[in-house]
Write a protein that binds this ligand. Structure first.
Ligand code: SF4
Ligand code: SF4
Length: 142
């Protein structure tokens, strides 16, 4: 990560975007579900009302049943594994899943270099991030 931090900038972001595509072509999240199993996603207000509606619940009832406030004041899923993770590793509310779930692991939005501490943490939990960092190091780190 230190080598990559020294290589910060647009070149790293462009390369990370390409490597992200490569790694996710080879890796199937349905074989892993590590994030859904271990990292409670954050839900914004739009997520909460959308998912509550999908489940036929009021937002207050949904929050009471599924959410808690974390130490940063964000609403997150109350339990891990996520209550919507199914036995075959699919997501019960996939079409309506939280924005945070859609964006995880944050390696493909051309802002890779601005999230280095996050990648460092996620490389310990997400095999995709681990491989993305390894490949970037092989190209950039020398
Ligand atoms: S931890 Fe990473 S590789 Fe595993 S399911 Fe989540 S995004 Fe996919
Ligand atoms: S809402 Fe779906 S995608 Fe998000 S953590 Fe739960 S099971 Fe995974």
């Amino acid at each position: 990560m230190k080598r990559l931090e020294r290589a910060k900038g647009k070149t790293l972001d462009t390369l990370a975007d390409q490597v992200h595509e490569e790694v996710f072509e080879e890796l199937d999240c349905l074989d892993c579900a590590g994030c859904c199993s271990h990292i409670p996603p954050m839900l914004n207000r739009t997520d909460i009302s959308r998912i509550a509606k999908t489940l036929g619940m009021g937002t207050a009832q949904f929050q009471e049943e599924y959410l808690r406030m974390d130490e940063d004041g964000d609403m997150v899923m109350k339990t891990t594994p996520c209550p919507f993770l199914q036995e075959d590793n699919t997501c019960l509310i996939y079409e309506d899943r939280p924005k945070a779930c859609r964006q995880y692991p944050h390696t493909d939005n051309m802002e890779f270099s601005q999230r280095m501490p996050l990648h460092k943490t996620n490389a310990n939990h997400c095999p995709a991030v681990f491989h993305i960092v390894e490949r970037l190091n092989a190209v950039i780190g020398g």
